[in-house]
Design a protein around this ligand. Structure first.
Ligand code: 5GP
Length: 195
């Protein structure tokens, strides 16, 4: 397990104007890329000789999934779902299914790729929905795990980084739809968060 503390003092790269609202880099671009390579290698090993349906949870998982599948060496089919439970920076606890997958899942190995697991409510709902379709296997790969605020148990087979209870943005993760394009994971300045 790779546990990240927020005691480092790395300052966001001033080259990216979007980073002015980021108070601190939590995980650098280099560390993210290295970890994604490791996850891809592990997944390739675990599913050797088989194929995989990789399902990205929109929108946050999209950069992570794009990078991850390049390091998976078994045959992969991709698909997406959209489920939302968030408004602003806190969970409403209300999960909405906005887009379903197009691939049939029965008898197939399914890997759900998510940006971050927080309360666990989103994935709990999604995993229950997908399990009903009778996949051969159903696992989770998340870039970030934030276990401090968990409301329901979720077991991710593959976890990029385990972080403390902070609101983070970047590498797909947003605040009011901004910051998804940052290539690092950062902590948003309190001044950038609406009261
Ligand atoms: P959960 O249902 O596990 O509470 O929430 C999962 C979703 O909430 C994630 O897919 C993500 O969209 C959002 N989320 C949870 N924590 C954070 C965070 O620290 N930053 C951002 N940007 N989104 C978060």
């Amino acid at each position: 397990m790779i546990v990240v503390s927020d005691t480092n003092n790395i300052k966001p790269d001033s080259i990216n104007p979007l980073a002015t609202n980021i108070s601190r880099v939590l995980v650098s671009s280099q560390d993210i890329q290295k970890r994604i390579e490791e996850l891809g290698a592990q997944i390739s090993k675990d599913y050797a000789g088989q194929s995989l349906v990789v399902i990205g949870v929109l929108k946050g998982a999209f950069p992570f999934m794009a990078a991850l599948i390049k390091h998976i060496t078994v045959p992969v089919v991709i698909d997406f779902v959209a489920v939302s439970s968030y408004e602003g920076t806190s969970s409403t606890g209300v999960v909405r299914f906005q887009k379903d997958v197009e691939e049939p899942l029965t008898g197939r190995n399914v890997l759900v790729v998510e940006d971050i697991v927080d309360t666990g409510l989103t994935l709990h709902y999604l995993m229950n929905t997908l399990q009903v379709r009778d996949p051969k296997s159903l696992e989770i790969c998340c870039l970030v795990d934030k276990p401090a605020r968990r409301k329901i148990e979720i077991t991710s087979k593959y976890i990029g980084f385990t972080i403390p209870d902070r609101f983070i943005v970047g590498f797909g993760m947003d605040y009011e739809e901004h910051y998804r394009s940052l290539d690092f994971i950062g902590i948003l300045s309190p001044k950038a968060i609406k009261p």
